[in-house]
Design a protein around this ligand. Sequence first.
Ligand code: G4P
Length: 514
Amino acid sequence: MENLPRKTFAIISHPDAGKTTLTEKVLLLGGGIRSAGTVKGKKSGKYATSDWMEIEKQRGISVTSSVMQLHYDETQINILDTPGHQDFSEDTYRTLTAVDTAVMVIDSVKGIEAQTMKLFKVCRMRGIPILTFINKLDREGREPLDLLEEIEETLEMETVPMNWPVGTGKRLKGIYSLQDQTLEEFNEEADTRTVVPIDQAVSLEDYERETLDEEVMLLSEAGNTFSRDKVHRGEQTPVFFGSALANFGVQSFLDHFVNLAADPQPRRASGEFIEPGSDKFTGFIFKIQANMNPNHRDRIAFLRVCSGQFDRGMEVKLSRTGKKLKLNQSSSFFASDRETVESAKPGDIVGLYDSGSFQVGDTLCTGSELVQYEEMPQFPPEKFAKVTAKNALKHKQYHKGMDQLVQEGTIQLYKTPYFEDYIVGAVGELQFQVFEHRMKNEYHVDLEFQHMTHELARWVVEGNVGDNMTDSRKMLVHDQQKRPVILFENDFALRWFQDKHPDVKLATGWDIIE
Ligand code: G4P
């Protein structure tokens, strides 16, 4: 085990903002524990021979939030992938519960987009520090000041630029380091990085220098003062400009990242905080990946080590049941390569072979006293479908599979009053596909899906709603804890309901957990 300090992070971004490109460049800078181009098989096609689950093969992409590791500046950086595009699912959200820092990648042309916003909300809820990388500086993007203003207003978070662009798109000359007063010159052709003191930057025209002076003055007079504490509380975000594709500004970002990103944090368990430095080993499962190899029904549970040390073969207890387990089979994930992990430190992610013992949110620990980390939040589903078994004779397997997969966190289950029809809820389409696939492969049940047009779920936390309130725009269901939930077709239906029933208090799943 490497004894280096750990920094564990995930990227939050909207599809196409440049997450994959930035990850590749960061991995390359780290001495290439993995080479670039293998982050996502879509482009390199490297997944063709892997034995991962069918869906992955069909799409040629990695469904799994794989975990990447690199060493940089005496630090071990763990990057947890957050699948976007069609692969957006609850796992994407859950991954954010296992990191200490998030990097928000924003496309300089587009600004903040929908998926960034959703993922941002999870970070905010959990107080995760966010570093911002404004990407695609080589394109004619929006004014840097505009982008900062948008972040401040939309996300209600202070921004502190760490560097500042001189020009954008075709007129991009470089980025100016506000800390060092140096200019990193932009030269698409050159392989090497040129950083010069600003007063020696001969490439700048007079007008560019004047504009830079004005903007820097404005930032120092009207801008926010950098505060490490605020950054760590998630109240302020340091902002970096660059171009992942041109590998421009990535290294200076990484240099700051190792300094600014949070160390493995203490986590709250059963009312108290457990320090990563504690001797007692603890960790929690944030994701379960099934059927990576269709010939074996193996599942892999992703464990985030929170305190103490993980050693392969160690005996731990599963807090939910108090049962003892020996952790013999453990692996780390470098996308398609699985390597055996002998030991791991707080901040690390370990893959555990699972024969059905684990659920998402489970805590593992050593010692006589059982520790239970806080419950995994239930993320608001946005897609719903009525499900039944195609073959009614298979009802036994159907219910067994359903129970198991819901417990495991594959899908959310709701039931209608009286008839108890099953309605499944998911954050993204992929979750339905994985659910369908697993029901067929593991429980031999073919499912019939009736997709619904509802998009919003709201928990009724105060006031009474009759059981007969279901109509074409809304539907009353109960969640697993038998709490009433209303599914609405859209925002309009939700607002209409709120106007008619001011005494009924509604909450998203998040509020309930809070
Ligand atoms: P994602 O993982 O966030 O979805 O984004 P990804 O890195 O795949 O990037 C999306 C597209 O944006 C890619 O182009 C990529 O090359 C481009 N891109 C990423 N960073 C930059 C940048 O700094 N500047 C510019 N100009 N483009 C950037 P694509 O055409 O969709 O894919 P490809 O076929 O070029 O790889």
